[in-house]
Design a protein around this ligand. Structure first.
Ligand SMILES: CC(C)(COP(=O)(O)OP(=O)(O)OC[C@H]1O[C@@H](n2cnc3c(N)ncnc32)[C@H](O)[C@@H]1OP(=O)(O)O)[C@@H](O)C(=O)NCCC(=O)NCCS
Length: 300
């Protein structure tokens, strides 16, 4: 078996080989092995020092295995995605790549596996990595029937007002996502940045007020390809259990449908069973799943 080469850039012929390898894996596994971010980098594959690295294994003169590595930054631990050509599996290439990745990064490495394939689970498990997180992408056709949202006594829905609602929203977001640091730690800057995005539309950003105070929200998004998204739904813990989550979700879904989107998608953590159940009851089904493997729960 050949060794693993670690590089910051790839030459054109190798980029073409890796692209073909990725396509063969997608055809074979029924799911693409790389995220959009890793595929975009591969197409350019010419970043300066400090950017992603490419790990390859060459056998019989061709690339048979590939990994994309994003080294650790000040804020995030290192993360990687890896794939072995379907015609070259079960020969130890996957294990060799994973070991090389861990040598590059140390114990903090997180590996994202797309789909929930037994081979990925087998490899990760045999190298002592645990499933630390899974992210579901759920979808539903926009035209499927939707009940009317029902609001509890004293609750009113209105649209977000830029320049006025940011601070209140941040407070409720932090409370609603106290256990989900990625979402709960958003700052004013995170909100202002999104307000400048071309997709931002306050008319699709619903706030629920209870006795005059912000109690929950549903921020929707319409992607450039026309698909609608339940971007973030949150309810203040003090207002949970009143059906606000369901009412807010329904209000946003109806809005997206009125805007003419054909399909509505969302991301939700597998561990967020309350949210998964709510979305299932509203007709969403599992469309895709990404699994993160790491050294243990602390790795997340
Ligand atoms: C997962 C993947 C990278 C494994 O590559 P590979 O080169 O076939 O793996 P290896 O030959 O190094 O196998 C190492 C161990 O992984 C496990 N494994 C590999 N394929 C497996 C399968 N189909 N089912 C169960 N366990 C499997 C076994 O424990 C194996 O050890 P063994 O051969 O001694 O039994 C490959 O199947 C792949 O590219 N899948 C699609 C992309 C992907 O899911 N990437 C995420 C990886 S975490």
């Amino acid at each position: 078996m050949s060794g693993v080469a670690v590089r910051r850039t790839l030459a054109e012929p190798e980029i073409a080989e890796v692209t073909a390898l990725v396509a063969a894996a997608e055809e074979h596994d029924g799911v693409g092995p790389l995220s959009e971010h890793a595929r975009l980098w591969l197409r350019r594959a010419h970043e300066g020092p400090g950017g992603p690295r490419a790990l390859t294994i060459i056998a019989d003169g061709a690339v048979v295995a590939y990994a994309h590595l994003d080294p650790a930054t000040g804020e995030e631990s290192a993360s990687a995605e890896l794939v072995v050509h379907p015609a070259h599996r079960r020969r130890g290439h996957g294990r060799a790549l994973l070991r090389a990745l861990r040598e590059e990064t140390g114990d903090g490495l997180r590996v994202w596996a797309h789909g929930d394939l037994p081979a990925a689970a087998g490899l990760a498990g045999s190298e002592g990595l645990a499933r630390v997180r899974a992210l579901f992408q759920m979808r539903r056709p926009a035209a499927d029937p939707l009940p009317e949202p029902r609001l509890a006594e004293g609750v009113l829905l209105r649209a977000f007002e830029t320049g006025r609602d940011e601070k209140d929203w941040l407070r409720v977001n932090a409370r609603a996502f106290a256990d989900h640091p990625e979402q709960g730690a958003w700052t004013l800057d995170d909100v202002l940045q999104r307000e400048r995005e071309p997709w931002f539309d306050p008319a699709g950003f619903f706030l629920a007020e209870r006795d005059g105070a912000l109690a929950g929200f549903h921020w929707t998004k319409i992607h450039s390809d026309g698909v609608g998204e339940v971007y973030v739904v949150g309810v203040d813990p003090a207002a949970q259990g009143l059906g606000l989550g369901r009412a807010l979700t329904l209000a946003g879904l109806r809005y997206l449908r009125e805007r003419g989107v054909p399909e509505i998608m969302l991301y939700v953590d597998e561990s967020n069973t309350a949210a998964v159940r709510l979305y299932e009851s509203l007709g969403f089904t599992r469309h895709a799943v990404d699994v993160m493997y790491g050294a243990g729960p602390g790795a997340a």
